[in-house]
Ligand binder design. Sequence first.
Ligand code: UDP
Length: 474
Amino acid sequence: MGSSTRSKPHAVCMPLPAQGHINAMIKLAKLLHFKGFHITFIYTESIYNRILASSSPDSLPCSTDFQFETIPDGMMAGDMVSFFESVRDDFADPFGELVKRLNEPSSGVPPVSCIISDSFTSFTLGVAAELGIPDVFFCSVSACSYLGMLQYDELIRRGLVPPESERDLSNSYLETSIDWIPGMIKSMRVKDLPNFLQQDKIFKYFKDEVQSALQATAIIMNTFDELEFPVLNRLSAIFPPIYTLGPLNLLYDHIPDKSLKNVRSSFWKEDHDCLKWLGDRMPQSVIYINFGSVAVFKNQQLIEFGWGIANSGHDFLWVIRPDIVDGDSAILPKGFLREIEGRGFLTSWCPQEEVLTHSSIGGFLTHCGWNSTMESMSFGVPVLCYPYFGDQQTNCRYLCDEWGIGLEIGDDVRREEVAEKIRELMGGEKGKDMRRNAAKLKENATKASEVGGSSFLNLERVIKEVLGKERSCI
Ligand code: UDP
């Protein structure tokens, strides 16, 4: 290996092994690669195999300076509690061994100069401290939900989170006003905070992980200054230096070198036929429905959505993951499929960013995952919100009350409400306001990620100030 390659800064990227977290971190990794970094991107074994199976072999290329490594999956049993316990307990050792192996001169790669860790995989801190290298957390959820998670201790102190056995998740409790968090909007209620109240172990996992960010060298966030200014101000007063690089999808779109364009990270095979179908539709005439990679529903909820979407009268593209129905496969009534013929496209996974930039998309019915939120905002698409869990509740509140581009569908989903809200979004007066706000946010997001914008400059800064020496310019 030439001395110039050996002297490259080397970032080891450890995402939380989940679709949304991986998608966002891989964009950051590609940006750093473009800036001259050697990248080692870490998957768990099963996720590596899954991505390989769902896409072409060049989605995981063997490039000399962008390489993939794997660690074992640990003791995950398929449920969320065992997932997080496994991340907490089983990953630190193999991760540490891998980083040390990469660090040996015989590895053939530059010495590891920094770790980029998901903000919810703090097990990386140990080996970073041992090697004396920076560990920069990458927060792939919104700043507002991150600030929400930071309140968990205070919620307990105020008696708002009694032990699980005594917790009463009735409406009167969930509607309790939370107007005391500095930096946050005043319309928050218990149910709008990142919602892990059903499960003590998961609640504790996130409570501890957010606290661990105090030990990180810096924090990178997939948001932009103008969007979450008061929240970011508050977080900056508490945490190590914060660098906002969002929307990462737009920042990535601006780099001219597309040599890693084919590096994809979808867990399911992307159906590109839907783009052709969208091509035959009128501008802003289609509602796009997608609940991300984790949300699961009862089949009856799906049926209510189905009839609501069909009865709205609008053309639609609906992505129904094969595993979206809890413990079963999704079954839609025969009459439904007859009813939607010619005006609905159903598929199981799509290239979402391409869909959202398509001119025929007029609205997005979403679970409010942060990546979906950022992507929708980047392309000026207003949303209907049906949050499922975690940070999505907080994103929903901000989309509706603060950013003015969201309309919420009630928990107990009914077809009449779905149809009515789709019509409102696509053609009503409120929908028009939301579309105007979405266009403005798109403009701001674009400005932030363009040359000279806040996210563009923060990428330069985090490299110069924390991650290593900069080699080239966008
Ligand atoms: N995504 C996609 N195709 C789909 C559905 C989702 O490519 O059919 C991508 C989407 O663009 C986003 C990620 O998967 O980058 C989902 O992340 P998000 O944070 O929105 O939700 P999560 O899946 O984590 O709940």
